[in-house]
Design a protein around this ligand. Sequence first.
Ligand SMILES: Nc1ncnc2c1ncn2[C@@H]1O[C@H](COP(=O)(O)OP(=O)(O)OP(=O)(O)O)[C@@H](O)[C@H]1O
Ligand SMILES: [Mg+2]
Length: 317
Amino acid sequence: MPQSNFAFDQTDDEHDDLPLAHAARHRKPAPRKHWTEFSEGEQLLDAFTMTYRPARYEEGWLKSSLRDLFTQQYISDVLALVKGGKEASVYRCAAHPRMGMEWLAVKVYRPRMFRNLRNDKMYREGRAILTSDGRPVKPTDDRLLRAVGKKTDFGVQVEHTSWLMYEFTTLQRLHAAGASVPAPVATAENAILMGYVGDAQRAAPTLHETTIPAEEASTIFAEVMRNIELMLELGIIHGDLSAYNILYWEGAITLIDFPQVTDSYANRSADFILRRDITRVCDYFARCGVACDSAAILHDLWERYVAPHREAFLPDV
Ligand SMILES: Nc1ncnc2c1ncn2[C@@H]1O[C@H](COP(=O)(O)OP(=O)(O)OP(=O)(O)O)[C@@H](O)[C@H]1O
Ligand SMILES: [Mg+2]
């Protein structure tokens, strides 16, 4: 049987080049409660430092999502909202002094995600469900798989965790492989902590929000393509790649936003998803004056990285 691209079977030693993620895996998590489980008194007494003043509706959710990251001494303050997105909000945090860096970015998934997961069916094909330690659920775990199938509260929570863990474990794999992605640091029940791109005044803009210098355009395009190839070498496709999910800071790019990462061998929609990623990237760089033929690039990448492996996974393609 071919192995899924998403089998996380590294030994602990293989994580040694990832000291922060390694620490995250070995730090015993404190028992977690959803914020609604805290009494009003507990919520009011819970006074960890937040320079950032959240809106009332945001406060309980934010505090419960970040509690573990505070108590486990990853962060010591929330400084600013970077961006409130459709599915998550990203904040700039002060890193705890033990972390040896000034800032960290935390992506906190919105509570809405518990009730209404993004339509992720297309991306899930070929992906195992990941548990909170980043490992795939055993196919023999009937109780859990039944709960997911029946969409019980527990099942929805399991899917939510899996979605978030795909984002985190993809950052781990890509970071270890030398891709331009934020360094993964830790996860909490509802949040991902990672390297922050930007400075005290502003977070790095996305390519969509900035104009890259014309003389840099072809180098930056080549760097995006290097990252796409690196992903394909690992058997994965970003799945939502565009100028909205690439940060630009001081001449360098950082790819972000990976929960919908797709298995390039085992997903029957992989060609559609890869084509969409490449087309969006090429459309952006064509507007910057870079000559790029998205159809030719897709054909070349598909033949080199995907086609040779696909038959083993999908005998009928
Ligand atoms: N590591 C980071 N450093 C600095 N800024 C970041 C970082 N990660 C994300 N951001 C900012 O937060 C925004 C939202 O992050 P992301 O794209 O991962 O979430 P999202 O749920 O897709 O949000 P959206 O719906 O807006 O795309 C990004 O567009 C970017 O501006
Ligand atoms: Mg995004």
